[in-house]
Ligand binder design. Structure first.
Ligand code: G3I
Length: 458
């Protein structure tokens, strides 16, 4: 029976739709978010304040990429103290939730909910930069006890407020982790002075000076106190020390960090991980330089050293900037630089996410259209996986290639049956996340939510 022309056209149309649908599904399956879920990993990005405050002000590509590609978010600036406590409180030594601009937290949670993302990293509770001007004016006149009382009560107020969001019945979004203090390690001023005197100086790393909390002479006691305050405010919250220049094992700053957090672990100070910012430099216009295989080895050793301390290593602010031709603030780069950047993205992501104690890799922005690099690092740019028109760059393929090569949760499950896993309590969150052999209740890892509850957020 000769089929009518119309029915032939209909079946061809249905077939085309089916293909497009399949392609759409295949496309959806290859988003960073979908890939990361199959591997028990979190892949995320920072959100610009303009988007958080007014999404309609951003090109549609910004929101759609955010919704499709990532399963964890962090606010680029909105959770910092200058945003959450802009005005001097009635009693700075006993901060109340009512003193905080909690709307900044609520609106970020709303953005995550709108995009179906359930995980938010908090950045950062205590930092020497982006502190409110009233604090940088008043704190130098405070005693050490007053500075500590301010910091611990501020942390208690912020974390307690976030806990009300996290503990809400069927909370769709959780602020599951905070950078408790950011960048408190630095090259000591001594070096600068010696250089001024022209004498060669061995670089010495120490606690950063020139901060609003310098008034606390015993810096480590201050750090221990603020981590304890965060844990007391929310026993389930994951607590992180975050910094840059600590990524490569053997470097003076990495050594100092490992000694610092190692000391905290040995004193029983609650800490769950270290945030490795990973603001790296990529290949130059000649194609030379960037992240090398020896860098990868040192990077891997840092994760191993943290694992030995029972700590996670989290990639918290990843970008890989390229030297440009400086013709404009954004500048231009060569296609060779972009291709090599793709290779180096793959190496960095593969090295990090293949570590059992690396649960998350977070980019510091995702499109070159909204990146801190061009204005903070003149002559550099193009640091992120999407270009200014939200098209995927080789860097994006580098990330997907690296994630695809990771073992799936099922494969981890299988291998965990043959390898002796550390006991649950000794397991880091990263190890638990990628070894979801754990079931109901058994999966609660110190400092993180019941594992089963978290799985639903991936
Ligand atoms: O919001 C004000 C706006 O009202 C004003 O008109 C404008 C002009 O001055 O400034 C805006 O504030 C800027 C803020 O970003 C929001 O865009 C600040 O000047 C600017 O300093 C701030 O820069 C942020 C920087 O931290 C502050 O140190 C960057 O966006 C942010 O990407 C950067 O992020 C840091 C991490 O927190 C820690 N690790 C390094 C990383 C890069 O520096």
């Amino acid at each position: 029976m000769m089929r009518s022309r119309a029915s032939r056209q209909l079946s061809i149309w249905i077939w085309c739709c089916a293909c497009l649908l399949a392609m759409g599904n295949a496309e959806a399956q290859t988003t960073l978010r979908a890939l990361a879920k199959t591997k028990g990993k979190l892949v995320g990005t920072s959100l610009s304040s303009n988007y958080i405050d007014n999404p309609a002000s951003m090109p549609s590509g910004y929101q759609s990429t955010l919704a499709n590609e990532f399963n964890v978010y962090v606010a680029e600036n909105s959770f910092k103290m200058s945003e959450l406590l802009p005005n001097a409180p009635a009693n700075p030594f006993d901060i109340q939730i009512s003193d905080l601009s909690t709307a900044k937290i609520d609106i970020m949670v709303a953005r995550a909910r709108e995009n179906g993302v359930g995980m938010i990293r908090g950045h950062a509770l205590i930092w020497h930069t982006q502190a409110p001007s009233w604090l940088t004016t008043s704190a130098p006149g405070w005693t050490a006890d007053q500075i500590t009382a301010f910091a611990t009560s501020y942390i208690k107020a912020v974390v307690t407020y976030c806990k009300t969001i996290n503990d809400a019945v069927d909370a769709p979004v959780r602020i599951y982790e905070w950078d408790v203090i950011n960048e408190t390690i630095d090259k000591s001023k001594a070096r600068a002075k010696k250089r001024a005197r022209g004498s060669a100086a061995k670089s010495s790393i120490g606690y950063r000076t020139g901060t609003w909390y310098d008034g606390v002479a015993d810096r480590q006691a201050f750090i221990d106190a603020i981590f304890r305050a965060a844990r007391n405010a929310d026993p389930n919250l994951r607590l992180v020390y975050n910094d840059y220049g600590i990524e490569f094992y053997g470097s003076p700053k990495c050594n100092f960090m490992l000694n610092m957090v190692g000391g905290m672990v040995s004193r029983g100070v609650p800490i769950d991980g270290v945030g490795l910012q990973c603001h790296f430099i990529g290949p130059d216009p000649s194609g030379a330089g960037g992240f090398s295989s020896s860098d990868a080895r040192k990077f891997e050793q840092t994760f191993a050293a943290l694992r030995a301390l029972g700590l996670d290593g989290i990639v918290t602010e990843f970008d890989l900037r390229l030297q440009t031709d400086s013709t404009t603030i954004e500048g231009n780069v060569t296609s060779q630089q972009l291709a090599l950047q793709g290779d180096q993205y793959r190496l960095i992501v593969a090295t990090a996410l293949s570590q059992p104690n690396c649960p998350a890799l977070v980019l510091w922005g995702f499109t070159d259209a909204h990146s801190w690099i061009p204005w903070a690092c003149p002559g550099y740019g193009h640091a992120l996986p999407f270009d200014r028109s939200y098209a995927k760059k080789p860097a994006y393929e580098g990330i997907t290639t690296a994630i695809k090569a990771l073992p799936t949760v099922e494969e981890n499950k299988a291998s965990s049956l043959t390898t002796t896993l550390p006991t649950v309590s000794a397991m880091t969150f990263g190890q638990a996340l990628s070894n979801s052999t754990l079931s109901g209740g058994e999966g609660s890892v110190p400092g993180s939510f019941a594992f089963e509850t978290l799985k639903e957020f991936l």
